[in-house]
Design a protein around this ligand. Sequence first.
Ligand SMILES: Cc1ncc(COP(=O)(O)O)c(C=O)c1O
Length: 438
Amino acid sequence: MDTSKGQNLYQRAKELIPGGTQLLSKRPEMFAPGQWPPYYASASGCRVVDLDGNRFTDMSSMGIGSCLLGYADPVVNKAVIQAVQDGTMSTLNSPQEVELAELLVELHPWADMVRYARSGGEIMAIAVRIARAASGRDRIAFCGYHGWSDWYLAANLSEGDSLDGQLLPGLAPVGVPKALGGTIFPFHYNVIEELEEIIAQYGNSVGVIVMEPFRYQGPQDDFLLKVKEIARKNGSVLIFDEITSGWRHHLGGVHMKLGIEPDMAVFAKAVSNGVPMAAVIGKRAVMDSAQNSFISSTYWTERIGPAAALAAIKEYRRRDVPKIVGETGSAVHRIWKSAAEKAGLALAVEGPPALSHFSFACNNAAALGTLLTQELLKQGILGNSAFYASAGHDEKALQDYELAVNTVFPKLKRALDEDRVEASLEGPVAHKGFTRLT
Ligand SMILES: Cc1ncc(COP(=O)(O)O)c(C=O)c1O
């Protein structure tokens, strides 16, 4: 397979764009350096054509979780094209933002008001600003990944590795004002004692508790209920970050399925199926504080984002997309488990079906994961050990994937048994977490 056009362009990109791409998770180094196709020419459903004309079935993250309906969904595209034809921007506002607010509060009866941005990190910064404004307190207790902003990376100012146990290791707070040290404290999912400790120590200055309500594991022992109770008692605003969990497990967000209402919930990525859009919804008493804080930006008013979100959300509801992706994810779980068993390969499958992954039980898992990606590429599959199910994954994709996994897993097992995993790699081992590229 020739990917040289893409690889050469990426070499040039690294000279022009610090870090090569705008998103760590799109760096080819995170998959199989020098082998993973860096660029796409076109994408539709679950199929991607790279810059060199190679065709792949995407069995990885579907645009880092953004394309829950599949790529270039015709219904979303139609809404976007209409928005383009009607003018994406003007001196006046787009009525779609009111229509979208109506839909979001209809789907979340606990919420009354909505604000928008166009990306996840941005809308999280807005949510935290509003929550700080509403509580009148600066400090934050957090769990999970919430993007690239100063308020979040500040967690690594006091303890250099506070963020390592959340999602991404290696996030040095370079460029984040040291004065933000001591403003944000981590707790781990399902470890309520850690949150209790933060509140015991800093309680009256903690204005915000922010967390992903669900990533790969669900709440145990009423964890979310206990978090909510702590927030209520302490007078802290509880924010659920549904940027990754939203829409795929349940229409709206996973908090609706779990039956826990926060004070604010945040959506991006799948909310608009591949088109820039982000929303924070919340209770009136909290959201109204946004009137006292200057939160304002020109392109938060363009028309394409809300038009795409309206179309995507209506499709999620009409097609019952959470059910579809749950079934697709379960089918992939079965493929992994049965192929591993046949090959005699030890692996653990984790996560809910709609957002699943597996881990190898061996001491050179990073090299083995790179070999997996390398060999899947040869079978026409974009893949690693994580799978984000989408409604764009059809029967044929699952059949092709099953065949590919059943071809590749025995190769991995042989490489392990013969102690030649690293020797079988045709490029360097994939990076883990954030590092400088050169
Ligand atoms: C839970 C969560 N919050 C925030 C973000 C940041 O979103 P974005 O990459 O759109 O800035 C992400 C992205 O992966 C996420 O998964």
